[in-house]
Design a protein around this ligand. Structure first.
Ligand code: ATP
Ligand code: MG
Length: 375
């Protein structure tokens, strides 16, 4: 097994985020902004990379969750792709509600319904250089997996649009997986650059790292990803989980159960560590796997059972939300309206700080005077 491609990065939370949960505060709460592209349903990779932190932080931050359909266009922009956005948006929001996001606390919104975001994107484009964006590693990966030989202009600007998303609500914390870390760094640079040129308008947002920053796919590929199809979905039922786990990639050198196996970087054990609540069972399986005293079948059966235990409460919440038709649509529309009001105010503040509003006001005053002089 090539551990380099199977390696799962474990790090600790680095952002300065308080862990105590207080729902009642009087001062205006700081804000969290994160989200997903509406390219499909959410999976265990999203959960460990971002959603777990969204659920935890929603109590102490005002939460904004973007449905990033303009970002989707950077790699998927056919009419057929766009026609799937509303269904995918609905599914993604339902996934997050099932995972424990409280719709009374969080605001979900559709990026393309807020044109001021693209206005900010245009203004921010001059605060970062092309060589800087060319050094963002995830963009080349995205171009490659989308089968593009050359980088679309919009894809190069992906992190700038993301800066517009984060800063349009003055986001303070951004919980995202590893592929997005370099984007948050670009946002921080844009916020600092803006503030130094035009005055203090933006907070410099903090990245919130998850414990597992990239979850390996069921096929052993480095990243579980909707676009690759190596996922276990939050919406999968128990039978689907058993089937997917049964087909998972393990240690390819271990052709018989009595051959000692490698635990490190083995996706089955990565998942056991991430999702099995029975630590003693995991330790026992590991020990026997290393000694060649357990078959893959038992390891996988116990993993499927653990993932199903993990997903069960989500299934119950999902059923509750699904029994209320139109609820998710209402949540998205209300959230989009609320976010648009916020973004309009921030955009006005940005244009005022830059002097852009003043330019037009001067022209308008002169035009008005000229009209009056003519009588
Ligand atoms: P696509 O393949 O269409 O790009 P995706 O599965 O990569 O989809 P995104 O919408 O790009 O999902 O990512 C949403 C969030 O989930 C980001 O914060 C990203 O870092 C995180 N994320 C996605 N996949 C994983 C993974 N396998 N492990 C950890 N975090 C992940
Ligand atoms: Mg992605």
């Amino acid at each position: 097994m090539t551990t380099s491609t199977l390696e799962t990065t474990r790090t600790t939370v680095t952002a300065d985020v308080p862990t105590d949960v207080t729902s009642e505060t009087t001062a205006p709460r700081k804000r969290m902004l994160t989200g997903d592209r509406p390219t499909g349903q959410l999976h265990l990779g999203h959960y460990v990379g971002s959603i777990e932190n969204r659920v935890r932080l929603q109590h102490e931050y005002e939460a904004f969750f973007i449905i990033a359909d303009l970002h989707m266009l950077t790699t998927k922009n056919t009419r057929a792709d766009i026609d799937q956005v509303s269904a995918n948006a609905r599914a993604m929001v339902l996934d997050q509600l099932s995972a424990g996001i409280d719709p009374a606390k969080a605001t979900f919104y559709l990026q393309s319904a807020i044109p001021e975001v693209t206005e900010l994107n245009t203004l921010f484009q001059n605060l970062v250089t092309v060589p800087r964006l060319e050094r963002v590693p995830s963009l080349k990966d995205m171009a490659r997996s989308a089968g593009k030989d050359e980088m679309p202009y919009g894809l190069l600007g992906y992190p700038v649009l993301q800066a517009a998303d984060i800063l349009c609500v003055k986001g303070n914390v951004v919980p995202v997986g590893k592929d997005n870390h370099s984007h948050v760094e670009v946002t921080r640079e844009i916020a600092r650059r803006f503030n130094s040129l035009y005055g203090d308008v933006f907070p410099v947002p903090e990245l919130v790292e998850s414990e597992i920053t990239t979850l390996v796919g069921t096929d052993g590929q480095a990243k579980m990803s909707k676009s690759i199809g190596n996922t276990i979905l939050l919406a999968d039922d128990a039978a689907a989980v058993r089937k997917k786990v049964g087909g998972m990639y393990t240690d390819p050198n271990r052709v018989r159960a009595d051959i000692p196996g490698t635990v490190e970087g083995n996706p089955v054990f990565v998942y056991h560590h991430a999702f099995n609540d029975d630590a003693a069972e995991v330790a026992d399986l590991e020990e026997r796997y290393r000694a060649g005293r357990v078959g893959d079948v038992e390891v996988k059966e116990k993993l499927a059972a653990a993932i199903n235990r993990f997903l069960e409460p989500m299934r119950e919440r999902r059923a509750e939300y699904e029994s209320q038709p139109g609820l998710v649509d209402e949540i998205i529309v209300e959230g989009t309206e609320r976010t648009r009001d916020e973004v309009r105010a921030v955009t006005a503040e940005v244009k005022k700080a830059m002097g852009i509003t003043g330019t037009y006001n001067q022209l308008r005053r002169k035009a008005e005077q000229a009209r009056k002089r003519r009588g």
